[in-house]
Ligand binder design. Structure first.
Ligand code: IVH
Length: 669
């Protein structure tokens, strides 16, 4: 028996034993992580030695923990999404912004198709496919290397010359419409799962627990960007040239790719594909326009969600006509009033839709809606339901006009309009039942204080029975209170109480996120936690301190200052910390960082860097514990500069601030 076979046999024996204990004896004798790890090892070995696969191997079974089936991978730098526009003006504004930023006016843009599939990243080292992952949350994805290796058009080894030490290619995996129909036909005969559209079919096939199924499913890959680690390929200084080089290395790149030097050419490309998209054998939901020059891309960098050098110009999807029944005005967690249109259900691209957000007051006024109107519905970007317009011809003169309310539909407080944010808000806070319910649910949710078992139904009952008015009340709940609610027995009540007690130990970023400050999501909470480290410093931070943090803009800074200036918020926080005993380890914020050189240091960047895009550099430095600021002040610790330095450089010299060039920086990180 070969050593590989021995290894495989041993793995199978262990896994089968664990499964027997788990499924038959109801005993868990290993952790999920260990079980997943062993199963993964077995997959990989079987993948390399397919002759050793047997039908009784644990990998051949379906129904194994489908949720935890893949290991996590950390992306070398974030997989962002794209800014969207649905009209040409949106594109023109993008182009104007780029031209205003760039010193050279004549800029070319690359136009590509926007495939409607699943984004993946593939890493080649010395030309060999080493790792492939899904996008995940942009930072952490799933390791789907064995599955990706099964896609025929993806080379396991790059061909040609000048192969870089490390190459990351990103692109979309999708399924041809004809293959999707064939797959569903086959599934109907075999009474297997039917997929609602080619995208879902591609996702299910790509993330299948059994890579052999992935191999059978005829997936297509199209590469749309690449990142070359070493500096051997400096002449590949445009996006177009990089993709052409990818083709030479044997990677599939869709041939519908053009370089445009005028907005008219971009519009022609858009119109051409808008017209013929239904005749293509794969789904596209728009086109993507990218700045062609790589150095300009690097100078433009990214914001937290998307790069500033690219935009998706999306198509409207199929439209349907239906009857509007009503518009409800929903009150969000932070008091924002959102009108939502309810209509007779319609099926668009395989999905049944019965409601659509109307976003804000302006939209309601623009649409001029009446009850019973015939309305046109589409799925913008092929995903989000959108009410496009009203068919005026069939409108009845007696119909009831839909108007934006003046008072909160839940607590009747007078609504206030914020023209800067284009929103209408109920400012009643926790005295408004709708906000109270949503806020309390948010406060204890997984990404906040992470209490198990406190879903909206339980929270609503607790509020109705007057057991809780604010987060503090939850910490004084007794098991007898919880047992008075529907479907809660003694055991469940104890589990909830224990989970509430356990949540007192948290992290600074989760606590900030839990507060539910408008526009302060996970990313912003993390940035603020790393920057201030201490709660007291955050509470007393002024607008300028906040606005000076990279990625924290005017609106967020204002919201944070406003939030802490309201005495009821301040009192709640103090009680939560001092009376309830919520705590976190301040050094935990720091432990995340590996090096000490940049730890807690205030760093300003200027110029253009050869080896890093702005976004990548910010990502690396923040991970090392640095606080990246926009402007030089006496408190700045380091200025890091690249080529084309500006006034920040001279100001740093004047203030005697330590200045670091790119070479030194590379050594330091
Ligand atoms: S470029 C930084 N090019 O669209 C983002 N994306 O909304 C770089 N997509 O997750 C992406 N076709 O999966 C790019 N030609 C194309 C694309 C494309 C489809 C997807 C991609 C991404 C999503 C962003």
């Amino acid at each position: 028996m070969t050593s590989i076979k021995k290894k495989i046999d041993k793995l199978r024996k262990h896994i089968l034993q664990y499964e027997y204990f788990y499924h038959v004896l109801n005993q868990s004798i290993v952790s999920d992580a260990e079980y997943d790890y062993l199963l993964n090892q077995l997959y990989n070995l079987e993948l390399q030695h397919q002759e050793l696969i047997t039908s009784d191997s644990p990998t051949q079974k379906i129904g194994i923990n489908l949720l935890n089936k893949f290991k996590k991978i950390k992306h070398f730098f974030p997989m962002l999404s794209l800014e969207n526009t649905f009209d040409f003006n949106g594109y023109l504004n993008f182009e104007k912004r780029i031209k205003k930023f760039s010193i050279i006016q004549e800029q070319s843009f690359c136009c590509e198709l926007k495939f409607d599939g699943i984004a993946i990243s593939i890493i080649y080292e010395e030309g060999i496919l080493m790792r492939a992952g899904t996008r995940g949350d942009g930072y952490i994805g799933e390791n789907i290397t064995p599955n990706v290796k099964m896609i025929k058009s993806i080379p396991l080894k790059l061909k040609g010359s000048c192969i870089p030490k490390r190459l990351e290619v990103r692109g979309e995996v999708f399924m041809m419409k004809s293959d999707f129909l064939r797959l569903n036909e086959k599934s109907t005969i075999n009474t297997n799962k039917i997929f609602s559209n080619p995208r879902n079919a591609a996702a299910g096939s790509l993330r299948h627990i059994d890579p052999k199924i992935t191999a059978q499913r005829k997936l297509i890959f199209s590469c749309y960007s690449c990142y070359i680690l070493d500096e051997t390929q400096k002449e590949l200084n445009t996006h177009y040239l990089q993709l052409m080089q990818c083709i030479k290395w044997g990677l599939p790149v869709n041939e519908e790719l053009i370089v445009c030097s005028s907005s008219q050419e971009v519009l022609n490309f858009y119109k051409k594909f808008e017209k013929i998209r239904s005749k293509l054998d794969f789904d596209i939901d728009g086109i993507v326009i990218k700045v062609n020059s790589i150095s300009l891309q690097n100078q433009l960098g990214s914001n937290t969600k998307s790069p500033r050098w690219a935009i998706a110009f999306k198509f409207f999807s199929a439209e349907r006509i239906t009857k509007l029944n009503n518009v409800k005005f929903e009150v969000g967690r932070t008091g924002v009033i959102t009108p939502v249109a309810y209509f007779d259900p319609v099926n668009i691209s395989g999905v049944i839709i019965k409601k659509a957000s109307l976003h804000n007051k302006n939209e309601i006024e623009k649409l001029n809606l009446h009850v019973n109107d015939s309305v046109i519905i589409c799925r913008s970007g092929d995903v989000i339901p959108k009410l496009l317009s009203v068919i005026k011809a069939t409108q009845s003169i007696h119909a009831k006009k839909i108007v934006f309310p003046k008072y909160c539909p839940i607590c009747k407080t007078k609504l206030l309009e914020n023209p800067e944010e284009k929103i209408v808000r109920c400012h009643a806070g926790l005295t408004c039942d709708a906000q109270k319910k949503k806020f309390l649910h948010h406060f204890f949710s997984k990404k906040s204080l992470n209490v198990n078992g406190l879903g909206p139904k339980i929270i609503n009952q607790l509020i109705t029975k007057n057991y809780v008015k604010n987060p503090i009340d939850f910490f004084y709940l007794k098991s007898s209170d919880l047992m008075k609610l529907k479907n809660i027995n003694y055991k469940k009540s104890i589990r909830i109480i224990n989970s509430i007690n356990k949540c007192k130990k948290t992290t600074f970023k989760s606590f900030i996120y839990a507060l539910g400050i408008p526009n302060v999501g996970e990313t912003v909470s993390n940035k603020i936690a790393c920057h201030f480290v201490k709660l007291d410093e955050l509470i007393h931070a002024d607008f300028f301190q906040l606005n000076n943090i990279e990625g924290i803009g005017r609106v967020i800074s204002k919201n944070i200052v406003n939030y802490f200036s309201i005495s009821s918020n301040y009192n709640m926080i103090i009680k939560l910390v001092q009376q309830v005993g919520i705590f976190w380890n301040e050094s935990e914020v720091i432990v995340q960082h590996k090096s000490t050189y940049f730890l807690g240091k205030k760093v300003v960047l200027t110029g253009v860097f050869n080896s890093f895009s702005r976004q990548k550099l910010i990502f690396i430095l923040t991970n090392l514990g640095a606080k990246i600021l926009n402007n030089i002040s006496r408190n700045t610790d380091f200025l890091i500069y690249g080529k084309k330095i500006g006034s920040k450089f001279y100001k740093a010299q004047e203030l005697n601030i330590k200045i670091i060039n790119e070479e030194k920086l590379k050594l330091l990180i």
